[in-house]
Design a binder for this molecule. Structure first.
Ligand code: GDP
Length: 699
């Protein structure tokens, strides 16, 4: 049966990792007692090592789940004793003083305001000198909260102990012999949950502090009977000599004491005394408790397993996933998504975008140099005159055209076009980073944005310099072919027609707003007359004539609300703009303009459009090479190196679990796997139990 306990202890910790629900619990021994009752000394005597935190203020602040694993000697060699904190990953610790320090640190890490924490510390000790046992050490009961402890501490500790002394656990109630059992908080707590004492063992410490007869009376347990009985111990170390281990000195002191009082405690008395007896008793009790739990726990695990298997089938159709596969799939999907998006950045698309930007620039240049020029209508008239030869045109218009062309080519095309495309890329990445599944992975999303912006920052300077360099020739000379000219002319007509339509819409809107064309006409005339007066005033002032305010002019300005005056001003602007646009449209459609590139002076619009086309073509080409191709090459590689390979196994799991869908899948799958493993172990145990040769009962 030895073997059974050992296996069940293993199964118990597996079950603990599945969940904490009461149905799936195998018993453990829970050690409770008031402070200074000798609880630590008893635990250390059982283990045979000093490893618990000591000191005035050093009470246990967190439960310690202590698993003792008996190790066997192989080839006649005694195995090394060591401890392990599985949760901390510190490896095997052979120095028990180091274990003591670690426990002290873990205890001190509990904030003073909390004083105790319900979070258990998992500690395993492997030794040839320990039995297979699981013990849970709990904070000692306190009688009175001292000044520096919160008032609620007493209740907090009691509540924590209450949680652990529930079924199926065995309660080890530690009481000092020199304190009346009636005052023992441990016995009182256990009686509440186990009134018949069926799963409570009493340990009476400090037997040396009371007269032997009195000690014997306590152990007989007549006053507070416990079905599992009382064990008396003396765990105060005898005078310690250097060469002896702690275990040796303690048992020496104990043996000395009980040996000296054979009459009261000898074998004839049937009282249980000594740490060895306690150890054996604990093993027996845990064994039989585990054995009797076996059937129930097997059924419970079976039920849980069936439920988990069913859910796994129904919810996931038995599809298994791993955190790694999720991460890999996410990254592949990201790359694919990105690739699809890159279609928006093919060269013709980019060219169109850049052309759009340049069209706006062309319109700005035309407005600045032609539409606002009072002589602009002349140009139309010259173009309409078939007799006029190109060389007879005033140099004024030739200069205008050169100025317009250079204004366009020197407007910072390299920077503007590169930034336009880079902004498009940035918006694309931002939209990917803000979409699923990155909504679940804020840190990865942040990193994605960071590294893509970094690539862009790196490339923007190079790309815009390169574009600027390559359009340089256009700043000096532009050759236009007949075919190009015709395309440019038609596009210019298109743009002008759009502009005309836009102005007409605006005018219509204003007309509607002020209440019809008659009212707008009145308004416009009024504003014009105001402007006329302003002008007159100005000339008079310039000529030195003293201005006489006409008395009736003041009330005049109140005839219309200011907002309508503003509308009228806009209407005047749009009407003027429409006038010039219509003139230019007629010019663009004229025979003269259709004749070809030699008419560039008459038709600056067509010429500038050809220039814009050439600029767009060249810019698109070099932005593709210097910015897009580089970005498309680097981006998937950065995904690998910054998002994928950057994750260690722990981070991969964390990443996958950030997605709630994946987390639920992994949880259910993990639960099912663990339950299957536990079930397998339990089944192997029942074979063991069914075969009396394999597991002989010892009593
Ligand atoms: P805890 O606070 O319940 O963990 O109690 P400790 O194990 O720290 O013991 C409290 C005090 O009682 C310490 O000073 C121990 O030396 C002393 N003590 C423990 N066991 C015995 C014992 O069997 N006999 C005597 N005389 N003193 C003991």
């Amino acid at each position: 049966l030895m073997h059974l306990t050992r296996k069940l202890i293993e199964i118990r910790s597996m079950l603990l990792s599945i969940d904490q629900s009461d149905g799936l619990k195998l018993p453990s021994i829970v050690v409770i007692g008031s402070q200074s009752s000798g609880k630590s000394s008893v635990l250390e005597a059982i283990v045979g090592q000093e490893f618990l935190p000591k000191g005035n203020n050093m009470v246990t602040r967190r439960p310690i789940e202590l698993t003792l694993v008996h190790t066997f000697s192989t080839d006649g060699k005694t195995p090394v004793e060591y401890g392990e904190f599985p949760a901390l990953g510190l490896g095997k610790i052979t120095d028990f003083a180091a274990i003591q320090r670690t426990l002290t640190d873990l205890n001190l890490a509990v904030p003073a305001t909390d004083a105790v924490s319900p979070e258990p510390i998992d500690l395993r000790i492997y030794s040839p000198n320990v039995p297979d046992l699981t013990l849970i050490d709990l904070p000692g009961y306190i009688q009175l909260a001292s000044l520096d402890q919160p008032e609620s501490l007493k209740e907090k500790i009691a509540a924590l102990c209450d949680k652990y002394i529930r079924e199926p656990n065995i309660v080890l109630a530690v009481c000092a012999a020199d304190v009346d059992l009636a005052n023992s908080p441990a016995l009182r707590a256990s009686r509440k949950v186990d009134p018949l004492g069926l799963r409570t063992i009493g340990v009476i410490t400090k037997m040396d502090l009371v007269p032997p007869e009195q000690g014997a009376t306590i152990l007989a347990g007549n006053r507070y009977p416990l079905h599992l009985g009382y064990v008396g111990v003396v765990t105060k170390a005898a005078k310690r000599s250097k060469k002896d281990s702690m275990a040796v000195t303690v048992s020496k002191g104990e043996n000395d004491y009980f040996g000296a009082h054979k009459e009261e405690f000898g074998s004839s008395t049937s009282l249980m005394v000594g740490t060895d007896t306690l150890r054996r008793r604990l093993m027996e009790v845990l064994e039989s408790s585990m054995a009797s739990s076996l059937h129930g726990i097997t059924n419970a695990v079976q039920l849980e397993l069936e439920e988990a298997t069913y859910q796994f089938k129904v919810q996931y159709n038995d599809q298994r996933i791993t955190a790694e596969s999720y991460v890999a799939e996410t990254m592949d999907a990201l790359k694919l998504r990105f690739k699809e998006f890159t279609q928006q950045f093919r060269r013709p698309v980019i060219r169109e975008k850049l052309k759009g930007m340049l069209d706006d620039k062309v319109m700005d240049v035309l407005e600045q140099l032609y539409w606002l020029d009072k002589r602009a209508p002349e140009l139309g008239n010259i173009a309409a005159n078939p007799k006029l030869k190109p060389e007879e045109i005033e140099p004024y218009w030739r200069h205008k055209l050169d100025a317009a062309s250079s204004l366009l080519t020197k407007s910072g095309i390299g920077r503007d076009s590169t930034l336009l495309v880079a902004d498009g890329l940035r918006a694309l990445i931002d939209s990917i980073a803000a979409g699923e599944p990155f909504t679940f992975h804020p840190r990865a999303s942040e990193r994605l944005i960071q590294f893509s912006h970094a690539i862009l920052r790196d490339r923007i300077g190079v790309a815009s310099d390169q574009v600027e360099n390559c359009i340089k020739p256009f700043k000096y000379e532009i050759e236009v072919e007949d075919r190009e000219w015709e395309v440019g002319r038609e596009r210019a007509i298109d743009l002008f027609e759009k502009e005309v339509a836009m102005c007409e819409t605006k005018l219509k809107d204003i007309r509607k707003k002020v209440g019809g064309s008659r009212r707008l006409g009145g308004l416009v005339n009024y504003v014009k007359s105001l402007e006329e007066k302003e002008r007159e005033k100005k000339t008079k002032r310039l000529e030195g004539t003293p201005s006489e305010e006409s008395p009736e002019s003041t009330p005049e300005s109140y005839r219309y609300p200011p907002a309508q005056i503003l509308d009228a001003r806009h209407a005047i602007l749009y009407t003027d703009r429409l006038g010039i646009l219509r003139l230019r449209l007629a010019a663009l459609r004229s025979k003269r303009c259709r004749a070809g590139p030699q008419s560039d002076v008459f038709c600056p619009e067509a010429f500038l459009n050809v220039v814009a086309d050439k600029l767009a073509y060249t810019s698109a080409m070099f932005i593709s090479i210097e910015l897009l191709d580089q970005f498309f090459y680097q981006f998937p590689r950065e995904i690998d190196s910054r998002l994928l390979y950057d994750l260690d196994p722990k981070e991969i799991i964390e990443f996958a679990r950030e997605n709630p869908v994946v987390r639920r899948h992994l949880d259910l799958q993990g639960r099912k796997d663990k339950l299957e493993e536990v079930m397998k172990q339990l089944n192997s145990l029942s074979v063991l139990r069914a075969d009396p040769q394999a597991a002989p009962r010892r009593h």
